[in-house]
Design a protein around this ligand. Sequence first.
Ligand code: AGP
Length: 610
Amino acid sequence: MCGIIGYVGGREAQPILLNGLKRLEYRGYDSAGMVTYLLSKNLLAVRKSPGKIKELENLLKKKPLGGCVGISHTRWSTHGEPNQINSHPHLDCRGEIAVVHNGIIENYTELKKELIKEGHKFISQTDTEVIPHLIEKFYSYNSFLEEAVRKALAKLEGSFAIGVISKREPHKLIGARSGSPLIVGVGKNENFLASDAPAILEHTKEVIFLKENEVAVLTRQSVKVTDLNGKEIVKKPVRINWDIIHAQKQGHKHFMLKEINEQPKIIEDLLRARLQNNRIFFEEQLIGEEKLKSIKNISIVACGTAYHAGMVGKYTLEAICSIPVSVDVSSEFRYRSLLIDKDTLVIAISQSGETADTLAGAREAKRKGAWLLSVCNVLGSSLTRESDGVIYTYAGPEIGVASTKAYTAQLTALYLFAFYLAQIRGISKQKINEYLKELESIPQKMRAILKQQDKIARLSHRHSHFGSFLYLGRNLNYPSALEGALKLKEISYIPAEGYAAGEMKHGPIALIDEYRAVVCIACESRVYEKMVSNMQEILSRKGKIIAIASEGDKKIKGLTKEVIYIPKTDELFSPLLVVLPLQLLAYHIALKRGCDVDQPRNLAKSVTVE
Ligand code: AGP
């Protein structure tokens, strides 16, 4: 995934582009570049550099760019290593057209061969570079830039969000998307293009979410959107309902730490919005009650952290609604022989709503006639626009690459949906009311855990030297074990494996020795005694245990001194509490090891390519 921002207006473009790019750095950060149109010299001026945006900023300090029209890009490389040549923008043979791109052009090899045969010269190893040369090919002197762009896009297979400027029509900024997100920011006497809202929110909250195969033609005074055939599409801007402040660290050392600490408030706000006198409301468009009553099975599809939320959703929906639920990682779901049809509800979970595999899975589900409900955190994202119903998690922008607040918001959304489904199906009303009462106590219980951050930091530091970790949990906390392991590995790069504790004897126990840390999720539950037995098996092989246990547990200290206590709650909701110590453990271990917590190596916030 990459970050794109474009500007056309009356102000200097460089600072707007650079600051906007910084707010997109979580999308990809292995190289960056910028291009503006210099009126004085009638040319496109380019600055590009490998490394983070800071490197581009240093280059611009030495060699600033003037001009009031420009595009800029921060890259997560797919084709061609992250170096100066391969960073965006890419230009045509004459240097008259500049393009930045997010996505993958799957037929770029054939296109490149054809263009080279026609005399075009290429200098990079990227797939992107075919785009400016295709535009050049169609950009005859009596045609408009947008016409040439549309013709070029019609040749592309794969996914793209692009920004284009040209020295021949320097007052124009063109944007287009297919498979990767792109929004238009509508300002006063200025207009913007961006991959995501944080890049432009300080300038305007009025945005247009471009849909698949739409092309936007921006000038200082106008915004025109067409389809790929040039037919105009009337668009009304929507107002983004949060401020740029939400996408800033607000005094925290890292976005991830800020987002961990935001969780109680986010869950509180979600419950306040969705729960009144034991009635559950989804203010978004859901799937009709009659249809939901008739659903015979549920299939959940997601990636990474969202997949772990889906696993908790499975346990919950089966326990509360007595309906069969399957859960798949999206990349497997889409290639499986799916036994789903009009009696199936598919729930696609995605923080970004742009994950390529989840989008593909969702489309396959629709093709098979299933009903599609998405649980998503980004207003107007691709997944939400292709769903029959949406549940927004309203966690605000999640900038840290390691997902935290979006996860607990997804869990809360899934709990509420399970209770809602039970209510409309008339299942166990009294028990649901008891659950809802306990759910409302969760934010306060989260705060009690967050008060232990210093203690958890010290415990993390004591274990930061371990070369590998095993996370063990049972039942609803088996997904918690997977999530804890994912958090640690993706920000500290320590090999970490999550496992169903009952499976330990079927292999992983061979790993146990004094050089391995084992995180055991042993909070109060029906399977607590089973977890105690697992811990004894680990101790007898000198494993080093970190336990997550319930307040008041008298037994755990006899097993390990390294304990993080969480408030008691119904075991159904324990994943909402257990995950906080796991997030903090990962954060503090990664920090101790000097890792870049917010922008871990090789990762990007949303994987918009397959
Ligand atoms: C989670 O910490 C990771 N960043 C990653 O696994 C993420 O959950 C996954 O890529 C899914 O992203 P999505 O929720 O935006 O679809």
